[in-house]
Write a protein that binds this ligand. Structure first.
Ligand SMILES: Nc1ncnc2c1ncn2[C@@H]1O[C@H](COP(=O)(O)OP(=O)(O)OP(=O)(O)O)[C@@H](O)[C@H]1O
Ligand SMILES: [Mg+2]
Length: 261
C-alpha cells in the first residue's frame, strides 16, 4: 500500500525540506518506489534536486508541471522528473494561487489533493509519496493533512522547532475528524549542536514526545554543499556521518509505522 507522508511544522527552517529530500533518497536506495511532491511555493526541494520548472514558461504553462492542475482542475498528476532514483513533482509560483482558489471549491477544497493522489495510490505506482509542506498553518497544509497517512514532524533543537509542536499536534488533531487514521510517524530531532539549549531541547523532546527519531546533527558544511551540488546527503557523502544519521532516522520511522523488515 502506498504511504503518503507529509513533513510538517509551521516553524520555519526546522529541516522539513532537507528531511523530505534525504528520507526520500534513503527509501529509494532501499528499493522503495518514491514520489516527492513539493507543495511549498518557495520550491526549495525542487531547486535542491535540480528540478526547477523552466523559468521561461508563463504561469499558465507552469501549472502543467506543478500540482496546480491536478489539485484545482482534477487533471492527472503531471509527469514527474526523476532525480537520484526518485520521482519529483516540482513546485513553482503557481502553487501560491491555490490558497486563493480553494475557498470557492466545495468543502473549501480540502479533499482535492487526496482526490488527486487517489488514482496513483490505487495503481500502487509508489511505495511512498513524500510531501514537503510550507511553514504555515494555511490551506496548503490542510490539503496535505487530508491527503496523508503519516506525518513527520521535524523538531529543531536550534530554534523554534519545539515550541511549534503543540500547534502542530492541535492541527493534526483537528484533521483527525475527517481523516481519522492520520498518524504522527515520528518527531525527528534536527540540527542538534553542542550548545546547552540544543541539548536541553533534545532531552525535553525525548521525554515529552512519542516516536522520536534522530538526532540529525547540525552540519552546515554538508547541508550547504548538498544544496549547491543538488544532491541528497546520502548521494553527496555516501559514507559520511550525516548520512548514517539519516539512515538511522529512516529506519526508526519505518519501525514506528510498522514497515520495517
Ligand atoms: N542538520 C542540519 N545541519 C545543518 N544545516 C541544516 C540541517 N538541516 C537543515 N539545515 C539547513 O537549514 C536550513 C533550513 O532547512 P530546511 O529548508 O530543510 O528547513 P524547512 O523546515 O524546510 O524550512 P522552511 O520552513 O523555510 O521550508 C537550510 O538552509 C538547510 O540547509
Ligand atoms: Mg522547506
Amino acid at each position: 500500500m502506498t504511504k503518503v507522508i507529509t513533513f510538517f511544522s509551521n516553524a520555519g527552517g526546522v529541516g522539513k525540506t532537507s528531511a523530505t529530500r534525504d528520507f526520500g533518497y534513503e527509501l529509494s536506495q532501499q528499493g522503495y518506489r518514491v514520489l516527492l511532491i513539493d507543495l511549498d511555493s518557495q520550491a526549495n526541494l525542487t531547486d535542491w534536486l535540480g528540478a526547477t520548472v523552466d523559468e521561461s514558461l508563463d504561469l499558465e504553462q507552469e501549472k502543467n508541471f506543478t500540482m496546480f492542475n491536478a489539485i484545482i482542475n482534477g487533471a492527472p498528476l503531471p509527469v514527474p522528473v526523476t532525480r537520484h532514483g526518485m520521482d519529483i513533482i516540482p513546485s513553482g509560483i503557481s502553487i501560491t494561487e491555490i490558497e486563493g482558489i480553494l475557498p470557492n471549491k466545495p468543502l473549501g477544497g480540502e479533499n482535492l489533493l487526496r482526490k488527486a493522489l487517489a488514482p496513483v495510490k490505487q495503481e500502487k505506482q509508489y511505495d511512498f509519496i513524500l510531501i514537503d509542506s510550507p511553514p504555515t498553518l494555511g490551506k496548503i497544509v490542510n490539503l496535505c493533512l487530508m491527503a496523508s497517512d503519516e506525518i513527520v514532524v521535524p523538531v529543531s533543537s536550534r530554534n523554534k522547532g519545539y515550541k511549534a509542536v503543540a500547534m502542530v499536534h492541535k492541527k493534526i488533531a483537528d484533521f483527525r475528524e475527517n481523516n481519522p487514521s492520520l498518524n504522527v510517524a515520528t518527531h525527528l530531532i534536527t540540527q542538534l549542536n553542542n550548545t546547552s539549549h540544543s541539548k536541553i531541547t533534545d532531552e525535553v523532546a525525548r521525554q515529552t514526545l512519542k516516536n522520536v527519531s534522530g538526532p540529525l546533527r547540525h552540519r552546515p558544511a554538508v547541508y550547504d554543499n548538498c544544496q549547491l551540488a543538488m544532491m541528497p546527503v546520502g548521494a553527496y557523502e555516501p559514507n559520511g556521518e550525516a548520512r548514517k544519521e539519516v539512515m538511522a532516522a529512516v529506519q526508526q520511522m519505518l519501525t514506528y509505522i510498522g514497515v520495517s523488515a
